[in-house]
Each structure stands twice: as structure tokens, then as C-alpha cells.
Design a protein around this ligand. Structure first.
Ligand SMILES: Nc1ncnc2c1ncn2[C@@H]1O[C@H](COP(=O)(O)OP(=O)(O)OP(=O)(O)O)[C@@H](O)[C@H]1O
Ligand SMILES: [Mg+2]
Length: 264
């Protein structure tokens, strides 16, 4: 039996005259990998911003595991168990990889771990646990050897993996990945796809993914939602979406050149 984890209902986001999201509705099942695709400017990142509380939608509703999270601020959405990565790398350049992961953990901590030298025994224990958790995540991702490096010392693909690792640190039930494969080499994309699958299987996490690499999306997704100019134009399994004339037409004439992959 499947349960709906995330439900987006009649979501609207209007910026001045621009309708960035226009009456968008879809559901995603718990434990699934659901993807959102669409040409540049279709509203994909805006959708993520609305779901994670970074934007307050101008109409509509977002519910997560039955709870209405529409009007919640980002930190409260995160407490419900939703984590995300950003389209543009958002790592702290001056912090090591491990420290970047700990920033994710501190958001969860109950006793203000970053608050300096006078740590209570409880805070110290929490800090040790957080470091152990960070190393465990890095080890799981096969990148423990990078723990003490700065992000700038890693390839772009590895930096994207650090962002992914940081989202995992939040022990979220749903992780939103905004273009996790952008800028990656072919082999890095394969590695990232494998990582997402392993995490889904091992921890039962659900993923909502925005990605322009259509073959990757076709391979990894249980379900695909297609946006164009803020509207949902298609939804279904990879096979259904791939065969949808409306989707093929939307991609023709865009810079993403997806028709070949879609029409395959
Ligand atoms: N804060 C904002 N203020 C005004 N307009 C915005 C804002 N954020 C997004 N938009 C507009 O909303 C539309 C959708 O943008 P969005 O970033 O969601 O697209 P996208 O599908 O993520 O595109 P891409 O594939 O290029 O990342 C665009 O026209 C964009 O300019
Ligand atoms: Mg975007």
C-alpha cells in the first residue's frame, strides 16, 4: 500500500505580473523518487521554494504527511522533516567538508551547539554525536577521505555530493534536490544516481528532484511532473511522460534539446 507523503494542491505563485506557478497540483508517494522537469523558467525552483517555506505561495496548499505546511517558515518546514539542496552550490567556502555537514546537524540540535566555548556536558555529547554522524554519512557516500578538505579543493561534482550529504545529515524524510547533476561529468552523474538510490533503499527517504538531464530522470524516477510556464502540462511514469506529445512539443525549441531523449 502506498501513502501520499507530499501533496501540492492548486499552488499559485505570482510575482508582480508573472505567474511563476499557476494552479499546480500533484502528489508524491512516501518512499518514491518523484521528479519535476520543464524548460528554463518553468517554475521548478519556485515550486521548491514554496514547498520549503522560502516563498509563501499566493494561493494553494502544500501538505506533508497530512499536515498543512503551506504558511510555515522555512525552519519550521525543515523541522517537519524536509531538507533541500540548492541549484547553485551553497557550501561554506571557509569550512571543511565535515564542518559543512555539521552546519546541517546544528539546525537539528537542541542546545545551540555553535554557541561557543562554554559547552554543557550535554552539548559536548551532542557535538560528539554530530561529528560521528557526519563521518558516518561521509563514509556511506564513500567520501570520508575528503572530511578535512575545503570545498574548493574538490571537483564540482564532489562539491554537489557534499551538499547532498549535508541534506542527509538532517535526517529528513523528504529531500528536495535542485539540479543535483548539473555540471557533473558522465561518471559523476552515474555515481550520484547510485547514491540517491542507495539512500532511498537504505533509509526509506523520499526524493523530489529537479533535473535537466532527461536520461537520468527517466532512469531514476517513479513519477515525473512536467511544468511549462508555471503550469503542469503532464504527469506520469517515465514511459507515459516520454510518450506525451505535449511534453515533446514543450521541449522543442528550448535550449535543453531534450526531444531526442524524450522521443526515444
Ligand atoms: N523572487 C522572484 N521574483 C520575481 N520573479 C521570480 C522570482 N523567482 C523566480 N521568478 C521568476 O519565476 C519564473 C520561474 O523561475 P524558476 O527559477 O522557478 O524557474 P526554473 O524552472 O527553476 O528554471 P531553471 O531551469 O532555469 O532553473 C521565472 O520567470 C523567474 O524569473
Ligand atoms: Mg531552477
Amino acid at each position: 500500500m502506498t501513502t501520499v507523503l507530499l501533496e501540492v494542491s492548486s499552488l499559485q505563485m505570482k510575482f508582480q505580473g508573472l505567474m511563476a506557478l499557476d494552479n499546480v497540483s500533484f502528489t508524491m508517494d512516501a518512499g518514491s523518487i518523484t521528479s519535476v522537469i520543464g524548460p528554463n523558467g518553468a517554475g521548478k525552483t519556485t515550486l521548491f521554494n514554496c514547498v520549503t517555506g522560502m516563498y509563501r505561495p499566493t494561493a494553494g496548499r502544500v501538505s506533508f504527511d497530512g499536515a498543512d505546511i503551506t504558511a510555515l517558515a522555512a525552519h519550521k518546514v525543515s523541522r517537519h522533516g524536509i531538507a533541500r539542496t540548492f541549484q547553485n552550490l551553497a557550501l561554506f567556502a571557509g569550512l571543511t567538508v565535515r564542518e559543512n555537514l555539521l552546519v546541517g546537524a546544528y539546525r537539528q540540535g537542541s542546545s545551540g551547539l555553535l554557541q561557543g566555548a562554554f559547552l554543557s556536558p550535554r552539548a559536548r555529547a551532542e557535538q560528539r554525536a554530530a561529528v560521528a554522524a557526519a563521518d558516518e554519512v561521509l563514509d556511506f557516500l564513500g567520501m570520508l577521505d575528503t572530511a578535512d578538505l575545503l570545498p574548493g579543493e574538490l571537483s564540482y561534482g564532489k562539491q554537489k555530493q557534499v551538499e547532498f550529504a549535508r541534506a542527509l545529515m538532517q535526517k529528513a524524510r523528504l529531500v528536495l534536490l535542485d539540479e543535483p547533476m548539473a555540471g557533473m561529468s558522465g561518471s559523476e552523474k552515474i555515481a550520484m544516481t547510485e547514491l540517491i538510490r542507495r539512500v532511498q533503499q537504505r533509509f526509506g527517504m523520499s526524493f523530489l528532484i529537479v533535473e535537466h538531464d532527461i536520461p537520468v530522470i527517466m532512469d531514476i524516477s517513479d513519477k515525473i511532473v512536467v511544468l511549462d510556464f508555471g503550469r503542469k502540462i503532464s504527469e506520469g511514469t517515465p514511459a507515459q511522460v516520454q510518450a506525451d506529445e505535449v511534453v515533446i512539443a514543450a521541449y522543442l525549441g528550448t535550449s535543453h534539446g531534450a526531444p531526442a531523449a524524450l522521443a526515444a
